[in-house]
Design a protein around this ligand. Structure first.
Ligand SMILES: [Zn+2]
Length: 97
């Protein structure tokens, strides 16, 4: 699976407070308000608000997404798992393999 990287306005993760200025995605579509994102530091799911700042994803919304698009939801969960398993001792790294 290829990951695309898009620059985003600086925003900090609502969970771990790490500041991010890039978002990786599974397609080339740049992030826009309302889109979900997975924190590369803590694997939390958040959402872009109208000013492209990260806000916590409401649990009910996630439940709705899981019910309506289980395939998308399982891709997201796989992504979270991959981040949790990543050895981050050398993080940050900007290499693309
Ligand atoms: Zn985080």
């Amino acid at each position: 699976m290829k990951l695309y990287e898009n620059e985003i306005p600086k925003s900090s993760c609502p969970y771990c407070k790490e500041v991010m200025d890039r978002a990786g995605g599974i397609d080339e579509v740049p992030p826009e308000p309302g889109m979900l994102t997975i924190c590369v530091f803590c694997a939390s799911l958040s959402q872009f608000d109208d000013d492209m700042q990260l806000v916590p994803l409401p649990r009910e919304l996630w439940e709705t997404i899981k019910a309506e698009d289980p395939e998308f939801a399982s891709q997201v969960e796989l992504g979270q798992k991959a981040i949790r398993m990543t050895d981050r001792r050398n993080y940050p790294s900007r290499t693309n393999e």
